[in-house]
Design a protein around this ligand. Structure first.
Ligand code: FES
Length: 129
């Protein structure tokens, strides 16, 4: 197993609830997102073509409401599953898992994230690249 190193990203209160910040872990750019008490950290690199996925919007999963004839009558954003939308071509990742919402074989590179004394740390491979 690769040796891990902790990298300080920012103070916890610098990450608004429902939003994220970019930080550096060694030579990697990472996005750290906050949802309530939960934090998620991913490399800022889309699985599609390497776009800056962590600079994208966070939106609830799109749910279509159908009538009895299976015609779409409305679309809503279901915030029980938040999606991170890559700004380059719109690939949508499940914020909680980093998996591509429409094909779970693809995923973002995820890192452990922790908080001590109000400071957010990301664990990445030593000399991460
Ligand atoms: S690079 Fe992210 S959707 Fe294409």
């Amino acid at each position: 197993m690769e040796a891990q190193q902790e990298y300080r990203v920012c103070a916890l209160d610098e990450i608004p609830d429902g939003d994220g910040v970019l930080g550096i872990a060694g030579s990697l750019e990472v996005g750290v997102f906050r949802r309530g008490q939960q934090l998620y950290a991913y490399e800022n690199r889309c699985a599609h073509q390497g776009g800056p996925v962590c600079t994208g919007e966070l939106l609830g999963k799109t749910v279509q409401i159908l009538d009895e004839g299976k015609e779409v009558t409305a679309e809503i954003f279901d915030e029980s599953e938040m999606h991170l939308i890559c700004p380059w071509h719109g690939w949508e990742y499940d914020l909680a898992t980093g998996e591509l919402a429409c094909d779970r074989r693809y995923r973002l590179r995820r890192f452990d994230v922790s908080v001590r004394d109000g400071i957010v740390y990301v664990s990445a491979p030593n000399g991460a690249d």
